[in-house]
Design a protein around this ligand. Sequence first.
Ligand SMILES: [Zn+2]
Length: 445
Amino acid sequence: MVGASPLASNYFHDEPTVEAMNLMGFDVGVLGNHEFDKGAEEMMRLIEGGSREDGSETSEKNFPGANFPYLAANVVEKESGEPVFPPHIVIERDGVRIGFIGVVTPETAEISAPEVEASFDFLDMSETVNRYADELRGEGVEAIVVLAHSGGSEKNGVASGEIVDEASGMDGAVDAVVAGHTHTYMNTRVGGAVVVEGGKYGETITAVDLSIDRTTGEVMASSADIIPTYNDELRPDPELRELVEGYTDRVAPISNRVVGTAAESINGSATEAGESPLGNLVADARRAKTDADIAFVLTGALPSGIEAGEVTYGGLSASHPGTNTLMSVELTSGQIREALESQYRSDRDRVLQTSGLRFTHDPSRPLGDRITSVTLENGTPLEEDETYTVAAEEFVAGGGNGFDVFTEGENPTEHGAELDALVEYLEGLPQPFEAPESGERIRIG
Ligand SMILES: [Zn+2]
């Protein structure tokens, strides 16, 4: 719903996506991790309705929100311990009652802004499901479907991953688990339950068949199909088409504006040390915008790439997953070193692209002691106890993704949307523009 959406939705704060879902006639939905991307308040507004108060352009004055319920059984307010959304719902069709329980991966706490972890607890998924499955059975509901924004994957017929582990801990009363989040395909069975995941971006429809005994309400047999959706075989729904075209037209003047011309395509393919031309370009843009000594970019937050030729605002926006605010903070040389060390983790590295700074790391050294040299761009070492201005996206500057040291920084300052910093920078470059060479800023040694 929120996140890496096209400009026609993103520009209107993703209200168009909610409107599109309303037109699709869903009976029930489940919260995902990206719903938290713009903060809890905006998440509630999109789901429950209401107007933005910042005067920015939106779809309509009194946005109605989603016309179907969002479930999230394992997301509770830290203070009260109460669920933020309904944990479950019972839907009756043709005299048969089916219970739905919604859960979202507890990983959400770590991969969202720190504000999310501070406000909400994400409870264990299978324990939560079992509690509500009991409750549903107490109400006489025997057919139970879990909607899980948590995923797995399947290779050579063997399924694994978070939701597979969780499903094996779920009550036998659960008949089907519809998974997501990992964007993969899976059609398997864990215990008595069908566990299915149907890719991403509407490229499939997952059909789960449950044969239910009318007298007992019990599921007698179950199966699932993942059905591909091919564009050339689909006829757009007239109302949905009108909605999409309407917003696309409204956003066209912004979307089609040419911000520069790329001499060649610029991509995020990194050197062995972790540095990429695209990373250098975006980091330089951030440093220029904030006037900071040093700029960082989380590699995972880079645009997907810039094609050779004319670059439009809409094109950049489409390839840019985040619409984070650009921030600057003052960090000491020791804190900068700590930020660099914290890129390298036992599970998965979180590599930073840099501007104004060069560093060398040695992957053979133990974690926490891998940085072997840090200098400014001109080669002078960072001075002991000196303070430097450092730019980064709000997510990192706020301590997200384990970069806690940024929250120790002084004087946090906002510099507008990170996308706009890139746009302004590209507009100011001699045309056609090129990305800085890579290989100088991050080295191994
Ligand atoms: Zn997700």
